[in-house]
Design a protein around this ligand. Structure first.
Ligand code: PNS
Length: 163
């Protein structure tokens, strides 16, 4: 049984994330999407941990080997607890590389039995990020096609001006 973790803040999940989750779920027996509480990141998340998890559960409901799990610990500790040997991260443009390389090195230093592996973003989602989505929605722009429809509706509710 090959179990992998796909960690992130997912505030909120984008179609780029979903693409990575779908592709990773076709490689591993089980994929646990691990949603970090991350209260400090960028002044705090827009959506609660429960909301972020529910968005992913709904968007990944067609993938039977995907589960969603919140966490508030070191990622390697969660990996050990769940007996997952692989961390999957999506990699977009080169701008992601430095930060991802740092996280992969740190995690390797903490536990060298857990491998970080990267899945390259498809060109369509290369410059898509949760922050960009929130900015667009916050100024009333359309985020259709960038996030699942149920997320786009919640963004509209939360940010008022979004469509
Ligand atoms: O969506 P992000 O910002 O790429 O996710 C970052 C995340 C949640 C994967 C990272 O912050 C994380 O692993 N946090 C858990 C704490 C931890 O293990 N830190 C040490 C390695 S950086």
């Amino acid at each position: 049984m090959k179990r992998a973790l796909c960690p992130g803040t997912f505030d909120p999940v984008t179609n780029g994330h979903i693409d990575i989750i779908e592709r990773a779920s076709s490689i591993f027996d089980e994929l646990v999407v691990s949603v970090a509480k991350n209260p400090e990141k960028g002044g705090g998340p827009l959506f609660t941990l429960d909301e972020r998890c529910d968005f992913i559960r709904q968007a990944a409901s067609h993938l039977p080997n995907v589960t969603v799990r919140p966490f508030d610990s070191l990622l390697v500790d969660l990996a050990r607890e769940l007996d997952a040997k692989v961390i999957i991260k999506g990699l977009r443009a080169v701008t992601d590389f430095e930060r991802e390389f740092q996280m992969a090195q740190l995690n390797y230093g903490l536990d060298d039995t857990i491998e970080t592996m990267f899945i390259m973003s498809i060109p369509e989602y290369m410059y898509l990020s949760s922050s960009a989505v929130k900015e667009i929605a916050g100024f009333g722009g359309s985020v259709r096609g960038l996030v699942p429809d149920h997320v786009s509706e919640k963004l509209a509710e939360r940010l008022g001006r979004a469509r």
